[in-house]
Design a protein around this ligand. Structure first.
Ligand code: BDR
Ligand code: CA
Length: 326
């Protein structure tokens, strides 16, 4: 139902590491370690700097510090970083789980430069997975104006199309935290753009039985992520009525890798409300005068908005994330 990546595809991950980001990283290391060619950290759940440090430590736990990690954009395209989501992910972004310090350092270039270099090096083999506010990707589109048409495509976690938002009644966090950046990315001239919104991510969850197996079957990284999920369960349990947490970011990663089947999707334009109104950050299908125009001035980009995936998504994510070496 959607364009999928091939075994030759390599991935740049943009994240705001975060509990579900951490599971997405463990999953990518378990399923596509050799194809993960760079990671950028953008402010979202935590500051870009804190997210970058978390990412380095996660890679350290998995013996994967050879993957370049770069500092992404701190402030959104308009306004300032709001301090993140400590009530969801803990003040440190990883639910208070102590991650061992690593000797690994950030690369000298920032994430925009890293992404631009990866475009030069890999061209249409490069697929972007964005699981954070879209500030860094949007900035990269400013710096490399033909970036979107030169890479394979982008898969991003964000939006709420037929369901309410999670940060306002209308808007999902990744989009709302930088609505202008998101609008800029959605208006670019991608070969493929796949949006993984709350409509589908809220339907696929880990429960304690999943995290218990993750800790039992996986290595140190999987065990740390399993421990982090206790804080994530604490946040989601009152709203869901059960001890469980949705798989927002891992689902986007699993769809990008081609491990989880898309069974229901919209193929349409997708826009972001960038007005100063209560609906700022809302994702919607029909264009309005406030919409950011397409980057090529004419053609509208068709977005694959995922509404349904295979029932086995949580099990596949578990299997992938538990595959990181001991
Ligand atoms: C998204 O927002 C962040 O809190 C999560 O990491 C995920 O990327 C869910 O709305
Ligand atoms: Ca995230």
């Amino acid at each position: 139902m959607t364009d999928t990546t091939t075994p030759d595809t390599v991935f740049y991950l943009d994240c705001d590491t975060g509990i579900d980001d951490s599971l997405a990283i463990a999953y990518l290391l378990g399923t596509a370690r050799d194809r993960l060619v760079g990671i950028g950290a953008t402010s979202g759940n935590v500051s870009a700097a804190a997210g970058a440090e978390n990412t380095l430590r996660l890679l350290g736990l998995a013996g994967a510090t050879g993957i370049p990690v770069a500092l992404g954009e701190h402030h959104p395209r308009r306004g300032e970083f709001d301090g993140g989501a400590p009530h969801v992910h803990g003040a440190d972004g990883v639910g208070g789980v102590a991650l061992p310090v690593t000797d690994a350092r950030l690369v000298a270039e920032d994430a925009v430069e890293l992404l631009a270099d990866l475009v030069e090096r890999h061209g249409e083999r490069l697929h972007i997975i964005a699981i954070a506010p879209l500030t860094t990707v949007a900035r990269a589109l400013d710096v490399v104006p033909d970036l979107a048409s030169r890479v394979d495509g982008i898969t991003l976690m964000g939006g709420a199309v037929t369901v309410p938002g999670n940060i306002t009644p209308f808007a999902e966090a990744n989009i709302a935290n930088d609505a202008d950046g998101a609008a800029h990315v959605l208006a670019a001239d991608w070969h493929t753009i796949t949006v993984v919104p709350l409509d589908v991510t809220m339907q696929h969850r880990f429960e304690p039985r999943h995290t218990a197996r993750l800790a039992r079957d996986g290595g140190p990284l999987a065990q740390a992520v399993s421990a982090m999920f206790e804080a994530y369960f604490d946040f989601y349990e009152p709203g869901l009525g059960v001890r469980a947490a949705p798989l927002h970011d891992p689902l986007a990663a699993a769809i990008a890798v081609g491990d989880v089947a898309v069974v229901d999707a919209l193929h349409d334009e997708l826009h972001v409300d960038v007005t100063d109104s209560p609906e700022r950050g809302r994702t919607f299908r029909a264009a309005s005068p406030a919409t950011v125009p397409p980057s090529d001035g004419g053609r509208r980009t068709t977005v694959t908005t995922v509404l349904g995936v295979g029932d086995d998504a949580a099990d596949r994510i578990l299997r992938g994330a538990a595959s990181d070496p001991r």
